[in-house]
Ligand binder design. Structure first.
Ligand code: FAD
Ligand code: MLT
Ligand code: ZN
Length: 549
């Protein structure tokens, strides 16, 4: 749960609480890596010590930037001897507060380890260092070898392969290629005592015992530092077709999802299947600068992408799905992009929601797996959360919550205008694989992230006019109302199709409720693994699991 203290910190600068560096640590690190690879001054460390959402992070003892596996191992050994905790960091785009330090910790950035080691043409396996950026590496692979990384997400320009593997990042192509567990063939990692384990394999098959490399997929830096990865990479589809459709109700979305995923739908050409509710589209347009391509705002908007080597097969299949969905009254209307520029515009609506939310004022960010019937619509999590908030918060706090037809509008996926002030709840996500992003946005006074000119007035001219202290209060009240209420609701209504953390990881922000999706035996196993691999609890302590027992 995001406490008032955490959120208050979010609006201030990074905590300067200085924790004493064990004597000799910094000179030793400088000796190992060279002085330019060790940062200790406030300003130079800031970007590493604050997370993307601006909600977490304290001043590190030092930021170290090794350029080889040997240097990583040397740093880990030095920290282990002095019992100093370490936080590995890739692109620092994580959304759960796990990539930034607390005071008393050393931040180890992999940014200097950004070489592709090799591409094996026979097995179609890429071996690359952990600090390689996703987009850059993907573009190189497409250009040089007509292959692609089977992962795409809006933070691709900054996030790294090591961070992707460590968070088991999902993104928009899981519906086609599965998660990273399907493509990671092996990792090279540095363990907590500095031991280097080399699991890099180009063999597609290797059954020589435990598939230990997969322990590092999603471990969020708590079991070791990933220094390189071997990834199976598919042929890059040469053509793609993108469409966006408007649906009047959730039942229409469900039927459309079944159609698109079925054998008569996009079949093997399926590349992405995403949804946004009206509030999310509003958010993307008002705060993210996107253009809504549909003639009017629909309760639900679905983005479909088909991709294949052959242009006619993906565009014909997509057109057929969209037309049949309209005839079957699953969708009301649809547009199919007819140029690369239009494809980008359609994707911009979906990809800009995250940044748009932080501009308006992020509040509570949830990332859950839930069966389709319980995702949105009258029986779904988004409506349940909105109703719950309307009951818990003072009248008028929820955007348009006092409107007489609130109930029916909620059921239809309506969110209240995002420009009207107050708290609003939006739902969007990877509907093709059952991953819902449920977010509550609370108007923010922070201008630093580029709040559009004049929007502040719009926000505060609504039903609620909050002063900054009232805003801090609003953050803690919304947090207290939604957490752990929504994760509990998901667990209760989603059965075995539910997870309270789908793709962003646990970090620190989901610590208080991650246990809802872990059985007692699983919790015990995780703790035994952690104790075996990191007995001194020095690698990302207190992330993923609490450090208390
Ligand atoms: P970081 O943020 O630096 O680190 C993330 C975690 O991994 C931390 O716990 C860190 O300690 C650990 N770590 C990093 N590198 C290593 C390493 N080499 N060895 C061991 N541990 C390491 N996520 C999704 O899953 N799907 C999405 O669709 C998605 N969309 C996003 C859109 C936006 C706009 C943003 C800002 C984020 C999005 N994310 C998404 C979250 C984030 O981008 C992913 O979690 C990404 O995989 C993090 O990569 P990174 O290199 O930035 O890792
Ligand atoms: C997304 O799918 O857009 C990302 O996971 C980020 C988010 O949840 O906002
Ligand atoms: Zn996502």
């Amino acid at each position: 749960m995001q406490s008032a203290r955490t959120l208050a910190r979010a609006r201030g600068s990074i905590s300067r609480a200085m924790s004493t560096s064990p004597s000799g640590l910094v000179p030793r690190l400088e000796q190992l890596l060279g002085r330019d690879a060790v940062l200790t001054q406030g300003d130079s460390m800031d970007k590493y010590c604050r997370d993307w959402l601006g909600q977490y992070g304290e001043r590190a003892l030092a930021v170290v930037r090794p350029n080889s596996t040997e240097q990583v191992a040397a740093v880990v050994r030095a920290c282990s001897e002095l019992k100093v905790p370490l936080v590995p960091q890739g692109g620092n785009t994580g959304l759960v507060g796990g990539s930034v330090p607390r005071s008393g910790e050393v931040l180890l950035s992999l940014e200097r380890m950004h070489s592709v080691r090799f591409f094996d043409q026979d097995s179609n396996v890429l071996v690359a260092e952990a600090g390689c950026r996703l987009q850059e590496t993907d573009e190189w692979l497409r250009r040089e070898h007509s292959r692609c990384i089977p992962l795409d997400l809006a933070a691709k320009g900054s996030c790294t392969l090591g961070g992707n593997v460590s968070t088991a990042a999902g993104g928009v192509h899981v519906v086609r290629w599965g998660g990273l567990h399907s493509s990671v063939l092996g990792v090279e990692a540095v363990l907590a005592d500095g031991t280097v384990v080399d699991g890099i394999r180009t063999a597609r098959k290797s059954n020589t015992g435990y598939h230990w490399s997969h322990l590092f997929v999603g471990a969020e830096g708590t079991l070791g530092i990933v220094t390189a990865v071997a990834l199976a990479v598919p042929p890059a589809p040469r053509n793609r077709a993108v469409a966006m459709v408007g649906c009047a109700d959730w039942e229409g979305v469900r039927r459309l999802v079944h159609r698109a995923l079925g054998p008569d739908g996009l079949a093997e050409t399926i590349s992405a299947l995403e949804y946004l509710d009206a509030g999310s589209v509003d958010m993307a347009v008002t705060w993210g600068g996107a253009r809504d391509p549909l003639d009017e705002r629909y309760p639900y908007t679905v983005l479909l992408e088909a991709a294949s080597a052959d242009l006619s097969s993906c565009s014909q299949r997509l057109e057929h799905v969209v037309q049949s969905a309209i005839v079957a009254e699953e969708a009301v209307t649809g547009v199919i992009a007819s140029s690369t520029q239009q494809e980008r515009e359609l994707w911009a609506v979906r990809e800009s929601v995250t940044l748009a939310l932080t501009k308006r004022g992020a509040g509570v960010k949830l990332d859950v797996s839930v069966p389709l019937s319980r995702m949105a619509g009258p029986e779904g999590a988004v409506v349940a959360a909105r109703r719950h908030l309307a009951n818990e918060l003072p009248p008028g706090w929820l955007s348009n919550a006092t409107s007489a037809d609130f109930e029916s509008l909620c059921g239809a996926g309506w969110n209240g205008g995002v420009d009207e002030g107050g708290v609003c709840v939006v739902g969007y996500g990877h509907v093709g694989d059952g991953n819902l992003h449920l977010n509550a946005s609370i108007p923010s006074l922070r201008k630093a992230r580029g709040m559009p000119e004049g929007r502040e007035d719009a926000l505060f001219a609504g039903a609620v006019a909050w002063t900054p202290p009232q805003l801090a209060d609003a953050h803690s009240r919304v947090g207290a109302a939604l957490l752990p209420w929504v994760p509990q609701w998901i667990t209760e209504h989603g059965g075995r199709g539910a997870s309270v953390s789908a793709e962003h990881g646990v970090g620190v922000s989901k610590l208080s409720y991650a246990g809802l999706s872990r059985g007692e035996g699983e919790e015990l196993l995780m703790r035994r693994l952690k104790a075996a691999l990191d007995p001194l609890n020095l690698l990302n302590p207190g992330r993923v699991m609490t450090s208390d027992h």
